[in-house]
Design a protein around this ligand. Structure first.
Ligand code: HEC
Length: 427
């Protein structure tokens, strides 16, 4: 790096923190004065962030609507981008990687410095800079190379959004298994990315999916408002835009049986009036040999509870001791309902060595399953603590009744939950 670039880089870093502008007097040959260099440019500083952390929803086809990957759109919306990024609601909040590192963390979140960079760019008038400054493209395209099975909706669904722009729709998938199999990786096969906001795969332990939603036995497709109201549905996988392939570690797998009922739940979201025919599904990587570790899903969290009307930050907590052999936790999906504000989970050990499992702001419309880089050990005698905080004031973004009422624990959207859904196995 030349001396001038070094100065410029150091000064750029200062800009993000202190808002200093101007780097005059540093010509390319280090002698001739030249006009001030724009501090933050599209090509060098912003486009790489947009490709990395926004494109999965904002490439024109995705749920974000506006194509921020298009330079003219990005320049026009520079101030709005800075505002949404600065407020912390774009990209949508995810598990805080400083609590625990997980697959895709650097893609799904921005550092404090990167957030300020959007602001600096907007305030400088959104300069383009020099295309040759652009780093090599690095949009993530993670995929299962050759899936062993693809479970798809039997036919395309005509998406019909309600006044708030949502539709929840469930389909019983064909179960292709003729012998027990172990799923080692899941990949969402998104039909129409413009409307698919979230999808989840469940197994219905009773084999009677739809009964809780009041449809006739044997119905293959039915509306199924989230949160799931059938208590015998066990979550196998959950996906939201921006999340890549869910891979279990080497030697671990989720068992599926022939004949068991697999249900795909779709959450569609978009502007009312958007028309779409969607046919989504899930691609699987399988192992026909029993893996070393059979992975199961379990939930941690307090039950039951009541959130008092008007409470701005009501917190509930559970502590679950491991009374059996040591377990490993491979990943977590924090789950609350509309009033959810934030969550925390950790393993508490005798002697005070606590280990963070999850921490973050909660966003109902962006629930993701996070796969840890290193499994978390829940040893014999260790306590798994799960904690959630809700906002039940009139101003709460998710408030659905005015004046606010006491909200009990329960499966309905007008009730609340605090679950850390976990992938676990014996150590
Ligand atoms: C997981 C999907 C997702 C990601 C990733 C994401 N967004 Fe969004 N974004 C949305 C959705 C959905 C909306 C529309 C709803 C809303 O405004 O909250 C939106 C809206 C916006 C808007 C308002 C657009 C308008 O016309 O009103 C801006 C600006 C924005 N996003 C900026 C960003 C930036 C910048 C990034 C990356 C740093 C980003 N978003 C990453 C999903 C996403």
């Amino acid at each position: 790096m030349t001396w001038c670039r070094a100065v410029r880089t150091a000064r750029s870093a200062a800009v993000f923190v202190f808002g200093v502008v101007g780097a005059a007097g540093c010509g390319d040959d280090g002698v001739t004065p030249s006009p001030p260099v724009p501090e933050v440019t599209w090509y060098r500083d912003i486009q790489p962030l947009v490709e990395r952390s926004c494109a999965s929803c904002h490439d024109g086809a995705g749920v974000g609507g506006v194509a921020l990957t298009d330079v003219e759109t990005a320049r026009r919306l520079a101030a709005l981008m800075a505002l949404r990024v600065g407020a912390g609601d774009m990209p949508p909040p995810v598990l805080d990687p400083s609590c625990r590192s997980y697959e895709g963390a650097e893609r799904m979140s921005l550092t404090a410095e990167e957030r300020l960079r959007f602001d600096a760019w907007a305030r400088d008038g959104a300069p383009l800079g020099d295309p040759s400054d652009a780093p090599p493209p690095q949009r993530a395209t993670d995929a299962i190379a050759s899936p062993d099975a693809t479970l798809e909706m039997p036919e395309a669904h005509e998406v019909t959004l309600d006044d708030d722009g949502n539709e929840y729709f469930c389909v019983v998938l064909d179960n292709p298994f003729t012998a027990p199999a172990w799923i080692t990786a899941f990949e969402a096969a998104v039909g129409d990315p413009a409307v698919v906001h979230h999808m989840a795969v469940y197994r219905d332990l009773g084999g009677d999916a739809g009964i809780g939603y009041g449809v006739a036995p044997g119905t293959r497709a039915f509306p199924c408002r989230d949160p799931v109201i059938e208590l015998d549905w066990q979550l196998l996988h959950s996906w939201a835009p921006g999340v890549g392939v869910t891979r279990l570690p080497e030697g671990a797998g989720v068992r599926v049986e022939p004949g068991e009922q697999l249900v795909l739940q779709m959450h569609y979201f978009g502007r009312r009036g958007t028309s779409s025919l969607d046919r989504s599904g899930v691609r699987l990587q399988l192992s026909s040999e029993p893996p070393r570790a059979e992975v199961y899903m379990d939930v941690f969290g307090p039950v039951p509870f009541t959130i008092p009307a008007g409470a701005g930050a009501h917190t509930e907590r559970s502590s679950t001791p491991n009374e059996g052999p040591p377990q490993l936790v491979y990943g977590l999906l924090p789950h609350m309902h509309l009033l959810g504000r934030s969550y925390r989970a950790w393993v508490e050990r005798d002697g005070g060595a606590d280990e963070c499992a999850a921490r973050g702001e909660f966003e109902f419309h962006h629930q993701a399953l996070y796969m840890f880089d290193e499994p978390l050990r829940w040893g014999t005698g260790d306590r798994f603590v799960a904690e959630c905080t809700w906002d039940n004031t009139a101003k709460s973004e998710g408030q659905f009744q005015l004046p606010p009422q006491d909200v009990p624990w329960g499966e309905g959207t007008n009730q609340e939950m605090c679950f850390m859904v976990a992938y676990l196995s014996k150590e």
